[in-house]
Design a protein around this ligand. Sequence first.
Ligand code: ADP
Ligand code: MG
Length: 294
Amino acid sequence: GTPLAILAAIARTARAGAFVKDGTHLELLSGIDTVVFDKTGTLTRGQPVVTGVVPAEGFDVTEVLQAAAGAEMLSEHPLGAAILAHARDEGLTPHTPSDFGYQPGRGLTATVDGRCVRVGNAELVPEASAWTPPADVQGVTSPGTSLPGTWVHVAIGDAYAGTIVLADAVRESARRCIDELRGMGLRTVMMTGDAEAAARAVGRTLGMDEVHAELLPADKSRLIEAQVAAGRRVAMVGDGVNDAPALALAGVGIAMGSGTHIARESADIVLISSDLDDLTSTIRTSRRARRIIM
Ligand code: ADP
Ligand code: MG
């Protein structure tokens, strides 16, 4: 049976806002030496806002926004929700796509008003790789932080049509959490599908030990496997469709309560109110329970 100290610890973590699916994971959590975090929606709030739309030559802001917002109508991603909200604020009425395909970690391809529209990173819209952001785009920062924005490129048909710049803020609890984990002697690692510059800036602000950017879901899984193979005892925290396979591979998978259904399903522990302070207190509780048993 489950030791009494573990049962008591599960009850304690439940009051602290963490849903622990079973006791073995609490025991594993007490012995971890590395915590791997997803960025968007985990370390950041996942409520980005559009801060700029930069059309390519031959396109205008309205056309780019109308096409991108239509394509995003069936998307579950926080970037999609932000683009749609911005288009509506601008008085546009996006049209539902007749065809829609999502590539986690890259973006989406949809048919909007009879045209093929791609919305996503530079891998999905390679035509954008020649794009040089204007100075004001490079300088875009999220409110209250100095983080560079996330760029989402848009292609209509075969042509690069423009780039949408979005800003997201780092969670207040992320700063405290990374500081405390460091104090507890744990290594902190970020892995994200976002671009290198945006990822490094967040990693640097938070003082994380390692940053891995531009990862597809399979890359996230490989990174967890590599850490485990190197003898690391790994917990991973994430929220997205793209995190689910990696969450299942980590010794302890931890999902944000605000995350996607599949992330919560794949995880062993759910942080109900998406507060990273609850992560620190759950790790402390697991360590205390272990001391009582041994
Ligand atoms: P993270 O790993 O930090 O949670 P994602 O893997 O979800 O980030 O997204 C990585 C990148 O893929 C984004 O920065 C964006 O460029 C692109 N992307 C993913 N989903 C979408 C979407 N729905 N619309 C536009 N771009 C997207
Ligand atoms: Mg995420």
